[in-house]
Design a protein around this ligand. Structure first.
Ligand code: ADP
Ligand code: MG
Length: 345
C-alpha cells in the first residue's frame, strides 16, 4: 500500500484536494496556529530589518512533511508586503536554472526554494556569493570569446524549506541567519487547526469529535486536514452531514487509523522490523525492500513520528523497535530472543 503523497508542489497544483487545500492554508503568519516561537523570531527579524532599512536575513525551515514549512514561506512575503518567487530544489540542476530567479528578484523580495536539499551541488556553490554578497559570477560565450561577468543582484531574502537539513552542506546552512526546525504539534494545537478548518470548509462538527480526529493526526496539520475531509465524506454519506463522535470513530477506523494515530503503513513498518528483523537493528534500505516501499517515503513520512513517540530508535547499526511498538501490536517484547531464533547467534 502506498501512502497518499504528502510532499506537494509549493503552489499546491495537482494535489487531490486542490482547492480545499489552498483554502485551508493560512495566508498570514497571524492566522497560523502554534509555532509561536518561530513566529516571534521572524517578527523580531522583520522589525529589526525594517528599522535598519535592510532586507530580511535568509531563513531555513526544516522538519517532516505537512508541518507548515510552505505555509510559513508563503506567509512571510505577504506579511512583508513584498513579491515572492517560488522554485523547487529538484528542478535546479545547473546554475543556469537559478539565474533567472536571482536576476528577477526585486529589492527586499522573497525567493522561496522548496526541497532545497535536492538542489545540485553546482547550484548550491553558485548560491554562496548570491546569498552573501548579492552578486553572481558567470561566463558569457565559450572558448576564446569567453567573458567573465560579475552581476550585482538586488538584496533578496532566500527562504529555504527541507525535510532533510542534514543533507545540506555546512557552507549553505551557515548562510541562513535563521534556521528553524518545525516539530510535531501538540494535540490541542491540532484541535485548534481542525476547528479553524471546519469553519473554513463550513463543516458542522462536535468539538469532542474534532479532538478525536486530532489525536489520530500524528501531530501533523496536513494529516489532520485530510482526515477531517474523510470524516466529513463519511458523515455526508452515512449520516446527516454533522460530524459527531460516533461518526469520527467509525470513519477513522475505516481509514485504518488506530488508537495511536498510526495507519497501515506505520503498522506494516513496525511488524516488518519486528517479524523479519527480530526488532532490529535493521537498515532502512532493508526494511524498505521488504515492504516494497521507497526508502525516502519511510525516512520522510513514517520514521519521524515513530521516533518522536519512542516506538523506534535510530542506532549506528540501523533502526530498532522499542517496547511500546511490541505492546501496541500485541506482541511479546523479547527482541534478543527473537534475534537468536532468527539468526541462531
Ligand atoms: N501552523 C499552522 N496553522 C494552521 N494550518 C497549518 C499550519 N501549518 C500547516 N497547516 C496546514 O497544513 C497544510 C500543510 O502545510 P505545509 O506548509 O504545506 O507543510 P510542509 O510545507 O511543511 O510540508 C497547509 O496547507 C495548512 O492547511
Ligand atoms: Mg511544503
Amino acid at each position: 500500500m502506498t501512502r497518499e503523497p504528502i510532499l506537494q508542489p509549493p503552489d499546491d497544483a495537482g494535489t487531490s484536494d486542490g482547492d480545499d487545500d489552498r483554502a485551508l492554508r493560512p495566508r498570514r503568519m497571524q492566522e497560523m496556529v502554534g509555532q509561536r516561537e518561530v513566529y516571534e523570531r521572524i517578527e523580531i527579524a522583520v522589525d529589526a530589518a525594517g528599522k535598519r532599512g535592510e532586507p530580511l536575513g535568509h531563513i531555513l525551515f526544516d522538519g517532516p512533511p505537512g508541518l507548515g514549512k510552505t505555509t510559513f514561506a508563503t506567509c512571510i512575503p505577504r506579511d512583508l508586503g513584498v513579491s515572492c518567487q517560488i522554485a523547487s530544489g529538484a528542478a535546479l540542476k545547473a546554475p543556469k536554472d537559478i539565474v533567472p530567479y536571482l536576476t528577477n528578484a526585486e529589492e527586499g523580495s522573497v525567493l522561496f526554494i522548496d526541497e532545497i536539499h535536492r538542489m545540485q551541488k553546482a547550484v548550491e556553490e553558485f548560491m554562496y556569493p548570491a546569498m552573501e554578497d548579492f552578486s553572481i559570477d558567470f561566463t558569457l560565450d565559450k572558448g576564446a570569446f569567453a567573458k567573465p561577468i560579475n552581476f550585482a543582484l538586488k538584496r533578496f531574502c532566500l527562504v529555504g524549506a527541507t525535510t532533510r537539513a542534514g543533507l545540506l552542506t555546512n557552507p549553505l546552512r551557515e548562510r541562513f541567519g535563521i534556521f528553524h526546525h518545525l516539530d510535531f504539534y501538540p494535540p490541542d494545537e491540532i484541535s485548534e487547526i481542525l476547528i479553524r478548518s471546519a469553519k473554513v470548509l463550513i463543516i458542522e462538527a462536535d468539538e469532542d469529535a474534532l479532538v478525536e480526529i486530532a489525536k489520530s493526526s500524528r501531530g501533523t496539520p496536513r494529516i489532520a486536514n485530510r482526515l477531517l475531509k474523510r470524516v466529513r465524506d463519511y458523515a455526508q454519506t452515512l449520516g446527516d452531514g454533522r460530524i459527531d463522535m460516533d461518526c469520527a470513530v467509525k470513519a477513522l477506523a475505516m481509514e485504518g487509523i488506530d488508537s495511536e494515530g498510526l495507519d497501515s503503513l506505520d503498522r506494516k513498518y513496525l511488524t516488518t522490523l519486528i517479524r523479519h528483523y527480530g526488532g532490529g537493528p535493521a537498515g532502512v534500505e532493508a526494511i524498505a525492500a521488504s515492504l516494497n516501499e521507497e526508502r525516502d517515503t519511510l525516512v520522510d513520512m513514517v520514521e519521524p513520528y515513530l521516533l518522536k513517540i519512542g516506538f523506534i530508535s535510530r542506532t549506528s547499526k540501523g533502526r530498532k523497535a522499542n517496547r511500546p511498538s511490541y505492546v501496541h501490536l500485541g506482541l511479546e517484547f523479547e527482541p534478543e530472543e527473537a534475534q537468536k531464533k532468527l539468526f541462531g547467534t
